[in-house]
Write a protein that binds this ligand. Sequence first.
Ligand code: PLP
Length: 402
Amino acid sequence: MSATDVLQEKYAASMMLTYGMPPVALARGCGCTVWDVDGNSYLDLVGGIAVSALGHAHPALIAAVTEQVGTLAHTSNLYLHERQVELAVRLIRLLGVDGRVFFGNSGAEANEAAIKLVRRAQGAERPVIVAADGGFHGRTMGALSLTGKSSIRAPFGPFGVDVRFVPFGDAAALADAVRQDTAAVFLEPCLGEGGVVPAPAGYLKAAREACDQAGALLVVDEIQSGIGRTGEWFAHSAEGITPDVLTLGKGLGGGLPIGACVGIGKCGSALGKGDHGSTFGGNPVACAAALAVLDTIERDGLLANATTVGASLAAGIEALGHPLVAGVRGAGLWLAIVLAKPVATAVAATAQRAGFLVNAAQPDAVRLAPPLILTAAEADAFTEALPAILDAASVVAPSQEA
Ligand SMILES: *Cc1c(COP(=O)(O)O)cnc(C)c1O
């Protein structure tokens, strides 16, 4: 039995099987490469689902976290600490707005804070939140209520949030749904879990206008799209709008758990003393990690790297002209290879055998969300290996798809 088999057997006996059985047991990583417990190496094009922005074992992250854990690992929010304030100031400056930040430990917690914020700001006369079909906002009860995939939401209702779903990308349907009873609209600039589906140009602007007209707040969920993923600090900047609330997570901590809810303008003051809290939220070690992520993105020009390497990766995949590739969606180092057949799970499996980790985000969409440090040579290595990976996947029967 391999070391992976042994671990999987123990996992099956001891872990709740909420994730099914993960096919790979990772032991360590360096840069964009990871190794499993049997010593096999993989080029990591998943990045822990758009989290490991600096790749694995990055010296800046190691130094920041080591220094902080050796100085002060935890304070609770009864006491303030420098790293948390520094990170809040930094995020507000990057956004170029007036605002205030609440820190949690995950994306879902950032959205929970946003849900409470809009309730507090809008009161009981506006019970409705508008969200998109195919959208994803997290797995906790509030965030789940906004998640536009009924197979993962429906078994857990009823929810305490009254949600009106609209088709993603349809500006007219959105304007129609945002009414006097609406507290807020929650939107991703580009569906992440939904398969890296960018909103049509002008959609966020239309959402902004619909909100302004009806007196609703616009909450932009950049938990997956933010912090350089698309080649911009924030994906919504490219749309020329300012949200009322912005949520962040995933790549912000570079692998350490942190989430942030940014209230912009008067939304920064909507939650007051006693309204919300989190024991670990804004933990010094997580904040030190996030500061190292922001510093490194800036110092090493990783926004430009995401833009150029991402563009050449997308162009390279499209230029293969492979019959199984219907197209490539996304921007920066956040792409979906759109397949002509729903065999994404098979592609992920054959890629893994070839030494590449990719993610089957949808039956017909293979998601790439590699570290922002991915080099052109690493991207090329994947593009060159891809035809054989796709050929191998083509022969897998569609019935094997989950
Ligand atoms: C991942 C994700 C979340 C949830 O974040 P967790 O850290 O898993 O709770 C929320 N919104 C979007 C857009 C995400 O991609």
